[in-house]
Design a protein around this ligand. Structure first.
Ligand code: MN
Ligand code: MN
Length: 390
């Protein structure tokens, strides 16, 4: 085997392994063969495309004191089978109690305030991290964690899960488990008297409330035993991944944030009138949360099916894997959108790039137009078009 053949062979093997892992994951977590993309998803097989927008921040959600969790799952947004999201607010002294997600990894972006997390992995490594606005965390599927508000200001963050069904019976809380286990069993488990469990909560606490945590994290019972790979990434501390005339993009995938093998996150800023051009993602669904501004999102679903949704601050959008779409700032101030993908590898094909990848005669034949027309088209990827056009 020549060197280059060998490289291709190795790359092919890695790709096959990655594909197998992804298929295995997705079918298992959703229990839905449509995720294999061989069988049409009934939710997407109608004459018209279903809505792909949900007004997340206008929903009620779960409220305890001044803490709240509002969620967008298949329950609220039926199209969103591949990704769910939560907008969570924690008041000072509040903690989203120790829990794990049996069916999804958790990715987060902090909007306001500060958050401290602890997470345990199967090797017994535990990490404590403090987060500020612009920071990201990732907890792999099934790893135990907690989130607490740090300091005297409330915290607000957006959570993204790589499974639209994650909520239903997928979240396991420590108080719920201990509250439903006999005291004798707990006493044996921990080697302490049964009386140690007197007065423990009987049901799931969800948001626990206590003192504001110390500024410097306290040492875990086992001492510091840090994992080799961190769960924290300071996304907006980095320069944007790319800057355009009409906007800019930060992107964090597994190449920059190695633990994030199943989720990629993006912050997309668009100037008024700017357009994230028509494109699709061959390998992932897309989940959108409008942080700021007013945008128009279009979706193309084949067979003449085309739908537009107008979204404002606090709204959520969802584009299934492989569906064409665009995002345009239709307001008079800059817009910022948080985007999550259920793959640790970012892939997109932009329409301008596709045009640029074909010769004039192909384009001429395709559209029954003179070849000279296409000489005026972009010779490279546009990605973000400013208001006046590329
Ligand atoms: Mn969680
Ligand atoms: Mn996209």
């Amino acid at each position: 085997m020549s060197d280059s053949n060998r490289r291709d062979f190795l790359a092919g093997t890695a790709l096959l392994a990655a594909t197998t892992a992804m298929f295995g994951n997705r079918t298992a977590e959703a229990g839905d063969p449509s995720f294999m993309n061989n069988v049409p998803d009934p939710a997407l097989a109608g004459k018209e495309l279903p809505t792909f927008k949900f007004a997340l921040e206008k929903s009620m959600g779960k409220v305890i004191g001044k803490s709240s969790g509002k969620e967008a799952t298949v329950e609220q947004l039926p199209i969103s089978k591949g990704i769910a999201g939560v907008s969570m607010r924690l008041e000072p002294g509040a903690m989203r109690e120790l829990h794990w997600h049996a069916t999804a990894a958790e990715w987060a972006f902090v909007l306001e305030g500060r958050v401290r997390t602890t997470v345990i992995d199967p090797q017994g490594f535990a990490e404590t991290n403090d987060f500020a606005p612009g920071d990201v965390w990732l907890f792999p599927r099934g790893h135990g964690h907690m989130l607490e508000c740090l300091g005297n200001e409330p915290a607000h963050f957006i959570l993204i899960f790589d499974n639209g069904y994650f909520s239903e019976f997928g979240t396991f809380s420590i108080s719920d488990w201990i509250g439903h286990t006999p005291k004798a069993l707990l006493a044996k488990n921990f080697g302490v008297p049964e009386s140690a469990f007197e007065g423990f909560p009987k049901d799931e606490v969800y948001f626990a409330r206590g003192a504001v945590p110390p500024e410097k994290p306290s040492t875990p019972l086992q001492g510091w035993k840090l994992p080799p790979t961190t769960h924290k990434y300071e996304m907006l501390e980095q320069p944007p991944h790319k800057i355009f005339k009409g906007g800019r993009e930060w992107r964090v995938d597994s190449s920059r944030f190695p633990i994030s093998t199943t989720i990629t996150g993006v912050i997309l800023d668009l100037e008024p009138g700017a357009l994230r051009e028509l494109h699709w993602h061959p390998n992932a669904d897309e989940w959108q949360y409008v942080i700021e501004g007013n945008v128009s999102v279009t979706m193309f679903g084949s067979h003449g099916r085309y739908r537009t949704e107008t979204m404002e601050k606090g709204d959520v959008g969802y584009i299934p894997q492989g569906y064409g779409h665009s995002i345009e700032n239709i307001g008079n101030k800059p817009s910022r959108i948080l985007i999550g993908f259920n793959s640790g590898v970012y892939e997109a094909i932009d329409l301008s790039q596709w045009f640029a990848g074909n010769p004039l005669d192909v384009l001429a034949t395709n559209f029954s137009k003179p070849a000279s027309l296409f000489e005026k088209f972009p010779k490279e990827d546009v990605f973000i078009a400013p208001q006046v056009g590329p």
